[in-house]
Design a protein around this ligand. Structure first.
Ligand SMILES: [Zn+2]
Length: 291
């Protein structure tokens, strides 16, 4: 094993020095070579690099020669039992297994890099960092009793709105909202915070996939706007109010197909009704182009 490691080490060295050669060649004559004898110095540098590469190549050759062929294939734990497999098509599992080991290693590596990057990111949606001690005590948005959740939802349910609260995954609720005969929305909650919204037409269902988009372009546009609204009204300190404002805002879509645009006064622009609703002035409809 040690020999293999040294061989791999010298292979790495060789690759680095070859890489250096190409880098120097690509860079050409640089300022630090001086103006007068620049060419000579450049060639000299190149020659040195080539000699170095030669040495590395010789090192690699000698380490490879000292390697002995392994007596048996390298085993990875219990994978050696795979050789006892009689069925032909399952014998190929070994190489697939090695590949998946490699993948898992990569996933671990990328995962740890991602975690360091994300930890340094200050744009956190949750208030986990209690660095500011003077901040008032936080209401937990994730762990709220179901009765309170239902109260908040039903008290903010406006006319022409029907809501149906389901809890397929124990704590976190999915709320289905039907708005008149215009649209349907599925609100996926985490605690009392809205995590995702899917908007569909009145004639569509959420049966097959909660995340699948509507087959109508207009509701896909509305869905995009609900996501902006979800982030706009988001407030971890006053989560109940965030839900209240969001519901009121969503309710303004009751006139999606009947209200003209506030700016251009038309019902249709580029074949779309006014799909945008202002966050502050509710019931003000705008085309995406007119907002
Ligand atoms: Zn308009």
């Amino acid at each position: 094993m040690d020999q293999l490691h040294t061989a791999l080490g010298s292979l790495k060295l060789l690759r680095t020095s070859v890489g250096q050669i190409f880098e120097t060649l690509g860079g050409g004559i640089r300022i630090e070579h001086g103006e007068e004898h620049g060419e000579n110095k450049f060639l000299h540098e190149l020659q040195e690099l080539l000699t170095l590469t030669n040495t590395h190549l010789r090192d690699l050759e000698s380490t490879i020669n000292s390697l002995s062929t392994p007596p048996a294939p390298l085993t990875l734990g219990n994978t050696s039992f795979l050789t006892q497999e009689l069925s032909q098509d399952r014998q190929a599992l070994y190489s697939q297994l090695v590949n998946s080991y490699k993948w898992i290693d990569k996933v671990h590596e990328y995962g740890s890099i991602a975690s360091t990057v994300l930890h340094s990111n200050s744009l956190k949606r949750s208030f986990n960092n209690n660095s500011n001690k003077r901040r008032r005590p936080l209401v937990s948005c994730h762990n709220i009793p179901p009765t309170h959740f239902e109260n908040v939802l039903t008290s903010n349910c406006l006319s022409d709105m029907t809501i149906n609260i389901t809890r397929p995954h124990a704590r976190n609720a999915i709320v289905y909202i039907t708005l008149g005969r215009v649209l349907k929305a599925a609100l996926i909650f985490k605690g009392i915070m809205i995590e995702w919204v899917t908007v569909k037409g009145y004639d569509e269902t959420f049966d097959d996939d909660l995340w699948a988009e509507s087959r109508h372009q207009v509701f896909r546009k509305v869905q995009d706007h609900t996501h902006s609204a979800m982030l706009h009204f988001y407030s971890p300190t006053l989560p109940d109010l965030a839900v209240k404002f969001f519901m009121a805002w969503l309710h303004s879509y009751i006139k999606l197909f009947s209200e003209p645009c506030k700016k251009c006064g038309k019902h249709l622009l580029n074949s779309y009704p006014p799909t945008w609703r202002d966050f502050r002035i509710l019931d003000s409809a705008f085309h995406e182009e007119c907002k």
